[in-house]
Ligand binder design. Structure first.
Ligand code: ATP
Length: 437
């Protein structure tokens, strides 16, 4: 069966709004109205969350439709281009929409684009590399303004099915409501969360009593419900009391997969704008800054060091980082970015405390006669008991172990601070056998 893979990216603007997932939903409707049949669920593919070109969540969409011949290909391209041209917020100078259509009889095209997706997920892709991949697949690309949007559009097509581990059901509001306050009943969201968790996640942050499903931007999204199964997100949606829905769209996604993080052995392998997992030792006393961020330094076996941060929005997660001490062995997951004028920093998403260094305190010895605490008799002169007068010229300070304020284990930032790709705690505990990170 011949299919057309459609990739779309870079259509929205922080200033004017819009959302690539909304354009994906309208394209989907327009193609179905034109008589085309969907082959798979539409896919929402998140790419490198530290990419400096992203608007917000670095998401691109991938739609798959059945075709018969080359005429279909050009007709589809025309419909997609027309929809993107009509809706994309090209008034924003940093919005550079890209559209790609690749035809395929089996999954060869997707396989050929998988290395590009992996690079776009974990690193930075050069436009020449993206164009070389496009040529390899024989696909057609079209772009408005600069060509950058084609990178995400191509990468989305290359995401392998096994990375698409979750779903998001998005509800969009009518155009007249864009920029207005969203009408979502908080109590119904709390109930939906309680009834469908852990098969839905990140709907509501119970630590901070904050609803997470509705964005605060002027875009068409009314709300988005994330979950492990189609059934769970549909069920949660059916329980929510909302108004002004124009349309809904169910996407399969790589959100919550944790796949953006790359394992590295040493800190010398750190590259800017990547997310890494690395084992290290805490090398400084963590400090709380005046802005509410917690900073510490970690060191690897080669003696290389990097600053790590738990920023203010990570709330109680900061307490875990503050409780660390020099000598603790940790596995950290964080995104590495320049931080001028301060040092480049790993922004923590997760920490696993592997070993806790003993915490000790030096105390004066107790008197063996009356049990009172003895006092120093001067440097290297031993200790004397003030109460009963006992004197020991050889007595010294004694080291006693103190309890630590944290225990070994895995700690993830709270839902309100998650990136789209962050694997939530539910992913480690409930979602079945999958790689740990
Ligand atoms: P939203 O999630 O709100 O739809 P966004 O955060 O996805 O917006 P875009 O407007 O899509 O941001 O912009 C991201 C731009 O960066 C696109 O042009 C995309 O092609 C490009 N891009 C994405 N990932 C990479 C990467 N890893 N390397 C190079 N370019 C990238």
């Amino acid at each position: 069966m011949a299919v057309a893979h459609i990739g779309i990216d870079d259509t929205d603007s922080n200033r004017y709004g819009m959302c690539t997932t909304y354009i994906g939903a309208v394209v989907d409707e327009n193609l179905r109205t034109a008589g085309y049949r969907r082959v798979d669920l539409p896919r929402l593919v998140r790419l490198n969350p530290t990419c400096p070109f992203k608007t917000r969540g670095n998401g691109a969409v991938h739609l798959t439709f059945k075709i018969h011949d080359g005429h279909d290909l050009f007709r589809i391209l025309e419909i997609v281009e027309g929809t993107v041209e009509e809706l994309a917020e090209v008034r924003d100078e940093s919005t550079n929409p890209g559209v790609v259509v690749v035809t395929d009889d089996d999954s060869t095209a997707v396989d050929e684009l998988t290395p590009l997706y992996v690079k776009a997920l974990r690193g930075i892709v050069e436009i020449d590399d993206a164009l070389a991949s496009l040529e390899e697949t024989g696909g057609i690309a079209s772009w408005f303004k600069n060509i950058r949007g084609v990178i995400g559009a191509l990468a989305a097509i290359g995401a392998p099915d096994e990375d698409m581990v979750t779903y998001e059901l998005l509800a969009y509001r009518s155009t007249t409501m864009h920029g207005r306050k969203r009408s979502v009943d908080v109590r119904s969201v709390q109930i939906a969360d309680l009834e469908t968790w852990p098969w839905t996640y990140d709907n509501y942050d119970w630590y901070d009593m904050e609803m997470l499903i509705a964005p605060h931007t002027p875009c068409p999204v009314l709300l988005g419900i994330r979950g492990m199964t189609e059934r769970a997100v549909v069920e949660a949606y059916s329980r929510m009391i909302i108004h002004g829905v124009e349309r809904t769209m169910l996407y399969r996604t790589n959100q919550g997969s944790g796949l953006h993080a790359l394992h590295i052995n040493n800190l010398s392998e750190l590259k800017p704008y990547t997310t890494v997992i690395v084992d290290a030792t805490v090398s400084s006393e963590p400090k709380l800054s005046s802005g509410g961020h917690v900073y510490a330094w970690i060191r690897d076996l080669n003696g290389d060091e990097v600053r790590v941060a738990a920023y203010e929005p990570t709330k109680h997660f900061r307490k875990i980082i503050l409780a660390l001490r020099p000598g603790d062995r940790v596995r950290v997951l964080g995104s590495y970015k320049p931080h001028p004028p301060q040092p480049p920093t790993l922004n923590l998403e997760l920490v696993e405390i592997l070993e806790l260094a003993p915490k000790e305190r030096s105390v004066a010895p107790k008197c063996p006669v009356c049990g009172s605490t003895m006092k120093s008799a001067g440097k290297s002169r031993g200790y004397r008991c003030k109460k009963c007068g006992y004197y020991d010229p050889n007595a010294k300070l004694i080291n006693v172990k103190e309890p630590r304020e944290v225990i070994k284990g895995l700690y993830v930032t709270p839902p309100r601070a998650h990136r789209h790709l962050t694997k939530p705690m539910e992913g480690f505990t409930f979602w079945g056998p999958r790689e740990r990170y």
